[in-house]
Unconditional design. Structure first.
Length: 177
């Protein structure tokens, strides 16, 4: 959708709607963000999207920073503010009212069932996010191999992901991946 051809309104509509379906947080919406930003709206390339994601993950603060960076690339400061508010506002309001509803019905079984059902959904959405990011950044077999090795290390050990990111950054800077 492109409301009135205005990219800032498009950001508001896109991220406002997306926020309501981002079960598991902003990172679970990465595949949809990629689809909209790269394939549908052509706001950025695959490489730019991967770079924006990397910057958002390396920066201190919430994971939703990727939305701010996408908004900034589309509409400058106004785009960054609109995209961030659109991604955070509707979901915060929804969370507030859902938490009030769950608090009132704390003796019922259905809130626990819903929360239990959302766990695999969130894991699946985050796995899809990882796949999209790997596909956008791993253009050569050494990069794909490093991604698989880093994922395996992250899964099998308690190694801080920062060290894996640092190793990947150093290898990339050296031109090895």
């Amino acid at each position: 959708m492109n409301p009135d051809g205005n990219p800032v309104l498009t950001l508001a509509w896109t991220f406002g709607l997306m926020s309501l379906f981002a079960v598991g947080g902003a990172n679970s919406a990465i595949p949809e963000m990629h689809r909209v930003a790269v394939d549908v709206q052509h706001w950025m390339t695959d490489k730019q999207f991967a770079d924006v994601f990397a910057i958002s993950q390396l920066s201190p603060g919430p994971n939703v920073l990727i939305v701010t960076l996408i908004g900034y690339s589309v509409g400058g400061i106004a785009g960054a503010l609109v995209a961030t508010l659109a991604m955070c506002g509707p979901t915060a309001i929804l969370a507030y009212y859902v938490s009030r509803l769950l608090r009132r019905s704390s003796h019922s079984r259905w809130p626990a069932l819903i929360q239990t059902a959302l766990v695999p959904l969130s894991i699946g959405l985050m796995a899809a996010s990882g796949l999209i990011l790997a596909q956008t950044s791993d253009r050569a077999w050494p990069a794909a191999l490093f991604t698989v090795a880093a994922a395996g290390l992250a899964f099998a050990t308690r190694l801080n992901p920062f060290w894996l990111l640092l190793a990947g950054g150093c290898l990339g800077f050296a031109g090895l991946i």
